[in-house]
Design a protein around this ligand. Structure first.
Ligand SMILES: [Ca+2]
Ligand SMILES: [Ca+2]
Ligand SMILES: [Ca+2]
Ligand SMILES: [Ca+2]
Length: 151
């Protein structure tokens, strides 16, 4: 693989994972084909976190060529705790290929790894993405019955 303009490279293995923190937004790229990007963060048991990829929706549908695939991996670097290919909220207008792991409750205190790649292991200059890691929050409450209009 050749070096590319992705400031977090090299991060092609767990041992090269780039350390990130809650609140970070990482602008990176899957380039060249076959590139994978590893990140790591320190979590505390019972933290609720959300990992989100913005490549198509927030850059405009079709802005990035990536079909992201996102994995949360445990401290051993080999056990996939959660994974997501495409996330589409209820009522979406256009189908998104962007990944999201929402409201994951961490089981232990320690290191977690995040792996980003293209679903088809393709890549290139247009395979840009933003990865965000946020702590806190809770799933939105399920939609209740519509309020009854008062008279
Ligand atoms: Ca990369
Ligand atoms: Ca990489
Ligand atoms: Ca997103
Ligand atoms: Ca996807």
């Amino acid at each position: 693989m050749v070096a590319v303009d992705d400031g977090y490279e090299p991060n092609n293995f767990v041992a090269e994972a780039y350390a990130i923190s809650y609140g970070d937004i990482i602008d990176a790229r899957i380039d060249p084909a076959g590139d994978v990007d590893y990140f790591s963060f320190s979590g505390t048991a019972n933290d609720t976190i959300t990992l989100d990829i913005d490549a198509q929706i927030d850059y405009g549908i079709g802005a990035s060529d990536i079909d992201s695939y996102l994995e949360l991996i445990d401290s051993s670097g080999s056990v996939v705790l959660e994974s997501n290919d495409d996330y589409n909220p209820p009522g979406y207008d256009e189908y998104s290929l962007d990944s999201r792991l929402a409201y994951v409750i961490l089981a232990y205190t320690g290191t977690y790894f995040v792996k980003v790649r293209d679903l088809f292991n393709e890549g290139g200059p247009d395979y840009t993405y933003a990865l965000s890691l946020v702590k806190g929050g809770a799933p939105p409450p399920p939609a209740g019955p519509a309020p009854v209009p008062s008279e």
